[in-house]
Ligand binder design. Structure first.
Ligand code: SAM
Length: 290
């Protein structure tokens, strides 16, 4: 059972970085506090608006005094207040202390974390899922969540001990996509027993893969792409439960691609035939009719 610390309060004007509510929000820089509160911090007015419009629960909205009269901010403030959100009008110094930045965004939201149970994930017609084995780097994780959103993936599964998706660094790297993508967190054992019920492809990406990733027929099938840990790659027991073992051929001296880049290359190949430039029937990129 999660215990709520004292972030809650009334609508306040705050100028001191040692104000107890600000201290509690700053405490969310630590994973143990994010875990116990079930909260996380996201920065930027546009991102906060999109999150609220997508139905995410915002517990506290913190904004710089000098944007208090902006219509955009006021719209969000009205919506947030109606939902019982705490509003804090603060100095830029206070905002900087929350986000650990010299030039902070002028609005910051404290949101409730949201994940989906693995047991509720089923292989829908052409769904694409990305499974990440023990991803360590918050920048990689955030970039992958953003890429998953860009390609139209259904969600991202975090398998085993991973970096925290709710850290400031990971959330920042998602550029708002954390609010658009379904996140699942599970142990390796949970994943292995769930896999039996998944009826689509499971494509392991592997430096010892024998299948060129472009040679697999992904069309009109549910696909789960499995990516390995940055240092160790995928363990054998995860490779063993895959339908395909794919390699992205390389030419230079480097041993491997960066995890987020490899994920991007894979998922855009999976969706290649489904992605078209808007307005073009053939996806050629040319609008000319002759
Ligand atoms: N030393 C690790 C190894 O031996 O697997 C390198 C891991 S690599 C940095 C992280 C992950 O990116 C890999 O586990 C794999 O999922 C993916 N990856 C990187 N380069 C790849 C390639 N050329 N083909 C397929 N997957 C690749």
């Amino acid at each position: 059972m999660k215990t709520e610390r004292k972030i809650a309060g009334h609508i306040k004007q705050v100028t001191s970085v040692s104000n107890p509510i600000i201290k509690a929000i700053k405490g969310l820089q630590l994973k143990k506090n994010r875990d116990s509160d079930g909260l996380f911090v996201a920065e930027g007015l546009k991102l906060i608006t999109d999150a609220i419009d997508n139905g995410w629960e915002i517990s506290t909205l913190i904004y710089a005094k000098n944007i208090a009269n902006q219509p955009h901010l006021q719209n969000i403030a009205v919506k947030s207040r109606a939902n019982g959100t705490n509003l804090l009008e603060v100095s830029e110094k206070v905002l900087g202390s929350i986000t650990r930045r010299d030039n902070p965004q002028l609005a910051v939201g404290v949101f409730r974390q949201k994940t989906t149970e693995l047991s509720s994930v089923r292989a829908g017609d052409v769904d694409l899922w990305i499974g990440l084995d023990r991803v360590r780097d918050p920048g990689n994780l955030g970039t992958i969540i953003r890429t998953a959103d860009c390609v139209g993936a259904k969600g991202v599964m975090l398998i085993g001990e991973t970096t925290d998706p709710w850290s400031l660094e990971a959330v920042r790297a998602t550029m708002g996509s954390i609010f658009n993508i379904v996140l699942v967190q599970c142990s390796q054992d949970e994943f292995l027993s769930w896999r039996g019920g998944w009826t689509g492809l499971v494509v392991a990406t592997h430096l010892e893969g024998s299948t060129d990733y472009r040679a697999i027929d992904y069309d009109n099938k549910p696909v789960l792409v499995l990516m390995g840990n940055e240092q160790q790659g995928l363990p054998d027991n995860l490779v063993d439960i895959c339908t395909h073992k794919a390699l992205i051929p390389m030419a230079g001296q480097a041993d491997s691609l960066n995890l987020a880049i490899a994920t991007g290359i894979m998922v855009f190949e999976v969706k290649r035939s489904m992605l078209k430039i808007a307005g073009n029937k053939d996806g050629s990129g040319s609008d000319e009719s002759h």
